[in-house]
Design a protein. Structure first.
Length: 136
């Protein structure tokens, strides 16, 4: 009987001690945010000319056209190196499928379209679609 009382008292003390401890919730890991075009160019000044005489905002609003004026896709973002220098444009080609490709700046020109601007390339739609898929 004495043993039962001692065991009950020890158990009660243990429960009391455990219930008085402040438990901090375990940190919850937040899921990684999917990359977005805006996140990739967040460090760039959107109002100063960055490449091809256009600002980041103007480039990201541009359509990609072939030399004969055919719509090849939409510029989704500006690709920059670690020094912040623009090295290419990330484009979503027209047609079926959700994928982006990277176009180097070499050979690209700008065509004014009212207040908007289009990026013109000598590449064909087939050549643009054949570029490797780009992922951030």
């Amino acid at each position: 009987m004495t043993r039962s009382l001692i065991l009950a008292a020890a158990l009660a003390a243990l429960l009391a001690a455990c219930s008085e401890q402040k438990k901090e919730p375990a940190p919850v890991a937040e899921p990684a945010a999917a990359p977005t075009p805006a996140a990739a160019t967040a460090g760039l000044t959107r109002d100063e000319p960055m490449a091809l005489g256009l600002t980041v905002a103007q480039l990201e609003d541009a359509d990609l056209l072939s030399a004969n004026g055919s719509d090849l896709g939409d510029v989704e973002r500006v690709d920059v190196d670690s020094a912040g220098k623009v090295t290419g444009l990330i484009v979503a080609p027209t047609g079926p499928g959700e994928r982006w490709v990277r176009l180097p700046l070499t050979g690209l020109t700008i065509k004014a379209d009212g207040d908007d601007h289009d990026v013109v390339t000598s590449m064909t739609w087939e050549e643009v679609k054949a570029l490797p898929a780009w992922a951030p």
